[in-house]
Design a protein around this ligand. Structure first.
Ligand code: FE2
Ligand code: FE2
Length: 299
């Protein structure tokens, strides 16, 4: 199948409108307003020690995983910018979106450094390892990329928000709430792009959704010790398979009302059936994992 560049060009007017809505609704915010700079201490005179940490190990790992994932922004920028035709609304959006995403790493890093909730040497070494590894978009076609990004933005919203809640720390709560609000604005933009594409080519969109959501991976998989960190985030109920099914995949599919789409090709109709069954299947898998974890604790 040819890549859907024509479809992307056909929704350029919608992208322009979605970007105007975004700029009007998203409030400007500043990392320096949220950080307690007066609590900062010199690492040379007072080296970092784990006893200085104030939040739980699970939340610390989640904060670091979220931060390192945000640090890999150059590769997310490239994935979208390299598919955005010069002069298009999507090219302008990509630059603005990149600027907003950049602040997420700034504020989380500021918080972790000031509050001493992570080892600063390890954090920098892991950042260098993450960016050196880079990230390749698993998808080439712009349609697949926006289908992926829609779910990805919602996933980061949920993960950042839960991290802030579980931190049990006023500043962490506020910064993660602010970052999660940004991710929600981004989610609204990307799901709007797909809504516009659904009107023009519902079959192509449905086929892309099945392919992308059946093979969905967080971009943070390139972060060192990802599996261990993700397992800790799951234990803290920040992000796990059940959350993925119930708070990401199910709402995204509901949002696009895929059960009501008409005029699908027979292949796309089959893909829709598979998509509608997906949240339930994921929850079944999550229950299996939960039972296994519970029996390990009980053993
Ligand atoms: Fe972000
Ligand atoms: Fe985002």
């Amino acid at each position: 199948m040819d890549a859907h560049y024509e479809l992307l060009a056909a929704v350029d007017g919608d992208i322009e409108r979605l970007m105007a809505d975004h700029l009007e609704k998203r409030p400007d915010w500043y990392a320096h307003d949220l950080i307690r700079w007066e609590e900062g201490r010199n690492f040379v005179d007072e080296p970092w020690d784990e006893s200085q940490c104030t939040v739980s190990p699970e939340v610390r790992e989640a904060l670091v995983l979220n931060l390192l994932t945000e640090d890999n922004l150059p590769f997310y920028h490239y994935a979208i910018a390299s598919r955005a035709p010069e002069g298009s609304a999507i090219a302008r959006w990509t630059r603005r979106w990149t600027a907003e995403e950049g602040q997420h790493a700034i504020v989380i890093r500021d918080y972790l450094m000031i509050s001493r909730n992570c080892d600063p040497v390890k954090l920098e070494d892991d950042r260098v390892a993450t960016v050196t590894k880079g990230w390749d978009s698993p998808w080439d076609d712009p349609l697949d990329i926006f289908v992926y990004t829609s779910a990805q933005e919602l996933a980061t919203r949920v993960s950042h928000r839960n991290t802030g809640i579980k931190a049990d720390d006023e500043v962490a709560y506020e910064i993660m709430k602010r970052v999660a609000a940004d991710e929600n604005y981004h989610y609204i933009f990307y799901k709007g792009v797909i809504s516009a594409m659904l009107k023009l080519d519902p079959s192509a969109c449905i086929q892309s959704m099945r392919k992308v959501y059946e093979n969905f991976n967080m971009p943070g998989t390139v972060v060192p010790r990802f599996r261990r960190r993700a397992a800790m985030a799951a234990r803290a109920e920040i992000y796990d398979l059940r959350i993925h099914a119930e708070k990401i995949i199910a709402p995204v599919l509901r949002e696009w009302k895929i059960d009501q789409l008409e005029g699908l090709t027979p292949e796309a109709d089959e893909d829709r059936e598979a998509l509608l069954a997906m949240p339930g299947r994921l929850v079944e898998r999550a229950e299996k994992l939960e039972r296994r974890a519970a029996s390990k604790i009980g053993a």
